[in-house]
Design a protein around this ligand. Sequence first.
Ligand SMILES: Nc1ncnc2c1ncn2[C@@H]1O[C@H](COP(=O)(O)OP(=O)(O)OP(=O)(O)O)[C@@H](O)[C@H]1O
Ligand SMILES: [Mg+2]
Length: 330
Amino acid sequence: MANGTSALLEIRDLSVRFNTDSGVVRAVNGLDLSIQRGKSLGFVGETGAGKTTTALALLRLIQSPPGEITSGEIFFDGQDVLKMTESERRNLRGGKIAMIFQDPMTSLNPIMTVEEQIVEMISLHSRLRGRGAMKRAHEMLELVGIRSERGRDYPHQFSGGMRQRVGIAIALACEPTLLIADEPTTALDVTIQAQVIELIRNLQKMVSTSLLLITHDLGVVAEACDDVAIMYAGRLVEYAPLRPLYKHPMHPYTQGLFNAVPNFNSEPGVKLAVIQGLTPDPTNLPKGCSFSPRCPNARDICYKQSCGMREYESGHFVDCYFPLTTGEGA
Ligand SMILES: Nc1ncnc2c1ncn2[C@@H]1O[C@H](COP(=O)(O)OP(=O)(O)OP(=O)(O)O)[C@@H](O)[C@H]1O
Ligand SMILES: [Mg+2]
């Protein structure tokens, strides 16, 4: 969908479902997404939109059962991830693609020191061993603002913000081509959040890694991303470079998200607009556009079939028959 020719990551028509006792959860539904080399993409959506599932699918980490990739292609650096052998996939994870998880406590090993964990990652994915690997681990710790002597400590001896930094050090130790950060700041307080985002951004620029930043926070995206993809019920509804999307959100859902965020132009005491209704039940998605039951602009056709992504302005794609033009409000 992005205009560039050689995307680092290209996901086409990806569908993932979970077969559960309460029905088939359609978590990702015909998703198209691409990331250009060296660029950062903000992947935004409400809880349950399918963001983490997408990230896990591209690392081939969807557990089956209950999960199942039912369609799609995922090209990373020209290679089809879904057709890779297990050893090729292992090489990909942590090496070429690294992930920072939402809760660093679940991704760090509680019984290994922090430096051992970084060394393990380095030994798996590079030629460095022994002292060389340890030296690199210490450099990574210093890079994320942790004194290298602290490497001999265990995860529980660090604060939440420091653990997240350790997660970043591990993720970036092998200079991945793509870094996936899944809600990397949700567990942190606001001042530390800003530091962590700045750190990711600086390191990403330094090693020219591409970044897929998963978040529900439009403020974080504005600070860290070149492009933005808005996801709703397992599909993209809008995709554009940062500026045009923030200046002129066109999908009624995106506009609803912006209206729900306070800004300095809001009159004091005026309530924020909420998006009416609930996100659809993923075991029973509506026919037509998934947002139609909540959409203030929906007309007959929206309930019958979805529009598909259309490029309404150069590089600005919207999955809507009736996108909002400048000046309109949801
Ligand atoms: N292992 C699983 N078994 C059953 N359903 C699952 C499983 N993992 C995810 N789902 C369902 O798939 C849908 C998408 O979940 P996902 O975790 O990808 O959402 P998300 O956008 O990352 O949300 P959040 O912002 O809360 O992290 C949800 O309806 C979720 O309940
Ligand atoms: Mg998630």
